[in-house]
Design a protein around this ligand. Sequence first.
Ligand SMILES: [Zn+2]
Length: 313
Amino acid sequence: MAKRYLFVKDKKHLFAKNQRRLNPIAIASGIFALGAVGASWVLSKNLWLTAPKSTTPEATAIEALPDRKITQVLAKWEQEARTDLFTFAVPARFQGQTLKEIQLPSQRKLIALTFDDGPWPVTTGKILAILKKNNIKATFFMVGQPLQNYPQIAQQVVAEGHALGNHTWHHWYHAHSPATAASEIEKTAALLHKTTGFRTYLFRPPGGVLNNGLAHQAKKQKYLVAMWSADSKDYSRPSVPTLVRNVLKDAKPGGMLLLHDGGGDRSHTVQALPQIIADLRSQGYQFVTVPELLEIADKELKASKLPKPPTPK
Ligand SMILES: [Zn+2]
């Protein structure tokens, strides 16, 4: 029996409905797009409500509708969820910025693990397993070319609650004309969206190169150019202890840690990850995605602008 996930935007819940008589197109767009969009939207709202069946009045009302009507409602919600994603992915104050870390007024020990250059066979899956075991959500900056080859891996990343970023189509370092830069970003964004339902407004330039036209183009399109505050240097395959040390020495509240799940042999990254997680946790860090970090920073910055209560005399 096919299971269909319905996403209710305003009520902030997901519920599943067993459904036997739905046409395949509706099943595909319903389960997949809504599952993924819903999951990423819920993630961006920092809410995970995965009860398989809801008994709320809204759920009951939807279940009573004929299939044709349900398909229409699904399409409407999908559209609304996408609009919300656009809004929530990067708060306005961070759009068009280039940041190495997200400064939190509270200096809370929140930190984001980021993985570049995937989706990749074997290593992305191993990293996902480690993250799942530790109950951590991370952010994956994906490259268009491997995404084309391994769409299921990208779908797994999103299904497991992680956030996505755009890391161009070809992973080129050289200078780009405005048209090539736009195509590198757009083509990747479109495939990410088509594959996972996730519309991202996070961009990381390959190699961290900021002057070859890519970052400029991304900022023009209101992306946040997300650099990093700590570099594992795992692309040069250091020993596992060195890799761990590279990350830990620059760990800071609001930091973004650069690691790689794809682009080459990432076995050292896989080996180092449990140690990195354990050490940062022992220092009191909590792991969040980059979109979560942005939302929290945005809320804190808004709150810090409020007038302070008068001090008692
Ligand atoms: Zn890269």
